[in-house]
Design a protein around this ligand. Structure first.
Ligand SMILES: NC(=O)c1ccc[n+]([C@@H]2O[C@H](COP(=O)([O-])OP(=O)(O)OC[C@H]3O[C@@H](n4cnc5c(N)ncnc54)[C@H](OP(=O)(O)O)[C@@H]3O)[C@@H](O)[C@H]2O)c1
Length: 421
């Protein structure tokens, strides 16, 4: 029998606190929330966790009392023991296809809300199939992809939809996300996850991976989107050349699931795409070619062991330079359906952060998502889902955009038909 949420000793547990992202989450907690929130660190090594706590105590001396909880994903009983004493678990032990399931399983059984940083399509689909119904019934929120993948895509689209539909009273036809400039490393963990999501995909999952609506709940409405394009294109709305964006094939499916979970709030004919902004067609053709070459090599089975070793080595760790100078910028362009005179309205949102996307920004995004889930009553009042395998936008709505804006991100509507608002 699960202990009622209100009687649990910890509001939030960072599972994987000794990892690169886990430590950064602890740092944000140490700086901004220690003393205001009952939080704990979890992982498999008491000694390594104690070292992290010692480090955090330098940032905030009150951290010396932060509880340490030990559990190993290879031992389900130890995972259960950690999960049942928390209201929300932030899981950073990836690759999730290898290490994520015991934590989700425990959260569903113990009725503990859950957030992670996965971008692994086959694993996420497996979690939906296995746990969506039970989590819905038990009112547990299992929220995948709460980092750079896929918070900006998902919350940015909700911002535009809300403005277009509720504020301007117009039907939304499409949103196009353009990833802009960024500075920072892709993490080793992320590259290991790409191996699991793109290269080491079980045979029976390959066809589903290509379906643009493969994350939608069964029997939900589909829309007009086609499989992702892998060549350059010119965006009329942005007046810019674009190439494929590496996380587009994942994030687009998350946004479409959100639309389905929100009862098709964005519209039945809603179209969504994600692209990388490039300086011109030549650079665009180069980026697209690299994408296609990687795709072909990734599908060539004899190269599987090479990728398995190579990909994690290509990742970097946060450095003093990326911690100081890291940033990312994105633009989302929403268009309404044309009115009776044939004119469409364009709403643009600017999203950015002055932290590197892969580590520092991601750590803050998952933390703010977890903190948002603690506000169960407010989320319910806002009409959001009380349980299920959810997305950042379908679980937290625009409350997450507000939290992110308070945490130094920019998630704002900037122009309507070219006029600043
Ligand atoms: N864009 C995004 O949304 C984004 C960005 C960054 C990362 N990520 C994802 O986040 C995940 C974490 O990335 P990272 O760079 O922080 O990875 P990492 O540094 O390798 O950290 C992994 C964590 O998992 C723990 N762990 C490993 N095996 C375990 C076990 N058997 N039982 C319990 N804990 C175990 C590790 O503990 P030990 O210290 O004991 O080994 C460590 O705390 C990855 O899956 C990555 O893809 C996503």
């Amino acid at each position: 029998m699960a202990t009622p949420m209100t009687q649990r000793p910890h509001d939030l547990v960072v599972w994987g606190a000794t990892g690169v992202v886990g430590k950064l989450i602890c740092e944000h907690l140490a700086r901004s929330y220690t003393g205001k929130l009952r939080w704990a660190m979890a992982g498999r090594s008491q000694e390594r966790l104690a070292a992290v706590r010692q480090e955090m105590s330098k940032t905030n001396p009150a951290c010396k009392d932060v509880p340490i909880l030990c559990g190993d994903v290879g031992d389900q009983a130890s995972v259960d023991a950690v999960v049942k004493v928390s209201r929300v678990v932030l899981s950073t032990t990836g690759p999730y296809a290898l290490m994520g399931t015991p934590v989700v399983d425990a959260c569903v059984r113990m009725r503990t809300h859950y957030c992670d940083l996965t971008g692994e399509l086959p694993w996420v689909r497996k979690m939906h199939r296995r746990y969506h119904e039970e989590a819905t019934r038990s009112q547990v929120k299992i929220v995948n992809s709460c980092g750079f993948d896929s918070v900006p895509s998902d919350i940015g689209t909700l911002l535009i939809a809300d403005y277009m539909i509720k504020h301007l009273g117009k039907p939304l036809a499409s949103v196009e996300l353009l990833n802009g400039q960024a500075y920072g490393f892709v993490s080793k963990g992320t590259l290991s996850s790409i191996y699991g999501a793109v290269i080491n995909v079980p045979k029976e999952e390959k066809a589903a991976n290509n379906d643009p609506y493969c994350l939608n709940p069964p029997n939900s409405k589909r829309g007009p989107d086609k499989p992702d394009g892998f060549w350059i294109s010119y965006s009329k709305a942005a007046q810019a050349w674009t190439a494929p964006f590496i996380m587009g094939p994942y994030n687009t499916r998350v946004v479409r699931r959100t639309n389905a979970l929100l009862g098709n709030f964005y519209g039945d004919g809603f179209r969504y795409s994600e692209r990388q902004r490039v300086p011109g067609p030549i650079v665009g053709a180069l980026v697209s070619s690299l994408f296609i070459i990687f795709g072909l090599l990734a599908l060539f089975p004899p190269l599987k062991p090479v990728w398995k070793n190579l990909l994690p080595r290509l990742g970097g760790k946060p450095t003093e330079d990326t911690m100081k100078n890291g940033f990312w910028k994105m633009q989302l362009i929403g268009q309404s359906a044309p009115d009776s005179s044939g004119k469409a309205t364009t709403v643009v949102a600017q999203l950015s952060d002055k932290r590197d996307a892969g580590y520092n920004s991601t750590a803050r995004m998952i933390l703010e998502t977890g903190l948002c889930l603690l506000e169960d009553d407010k989320l319910k009042q806002a009409g959001l889902a009380t349980g299920g395998c959810l997305t950042p936008a379908s679980s937290c709505g625009l409350m997450l955009a507000d939290r992110l804006n308070h945490a130094d991100f920019t998630f704002k509507i900037s122009t309507v038909d070219g006029k600043p608002i």
